[in-house]
Design a protein around this ligand. Sequence first.
Ligand SMILES: N=c1c2ncn([C@@H]3O[C@H](COP(=O)(O)OP(=O)(O)OP(=O)(O)O)[C@@H](O)[C@H]3O)c2ncn1[C@@H]1O[C@H](COP(=O)(O)O)[C@@H](O)[C@H]1O
Length: 106
Amino acid sequence: MSDGSARRTDHPADPVLDDLVAVIEDRKETLPEGSYTASLFTHEKGENAVLEKVGEEATEVILAAKDDDREDLVAESADLVYHLLVTLSMNDVSLDELRAELETRR
Ligand SMILES: N=c1c2ncn([C@@H]3O[C@H](COP(=O)(O)OP(=O)(O)OP(=O)(O)O)[C@@H](O)[C@H]3O)c2ncn1[C@@H]1O[C@H](COP(=O)(O)O)[C@@H](O)[C@H]1O
């Protein structure tokens, strides 16, 4: 279709996010030593450990935005997205489910 509706119903892959989620899923499965991601899945505080990180990183995003610090804003946003993706993985929510939800809002 040329009116863009096909684009809206497709879920084109984002290689960076898809690759990152694949790594997160692998760490969750294999729990390699020295992996920060694996440490989040095995932390004694359980899911709370990563949820705390989501809160911290979200606060850092807010502070960077308020300070008009573009470099920090990008870096803290990357931290936030990574910890959010770990949270989704912990709850068996896939990137496709997130994409589908975003698609319904377009
Ligand atoms: N994208 C990330 C990523 N973003 C942030 N982080 C980690 O998240 C933590 C962020 O915490 P802070 O900013 O508070 O820094 P910190 O003070 O060191 O944190 P803590 O002492 O509280 O742990 C740091 O330890 C970062 O290294 C990440 N760790 C891993 N990834 C990705 O996950 C992949 C696998 O990593 P491993 O699991 O470590 O092999 C990597 O190749 C990356 O692609």
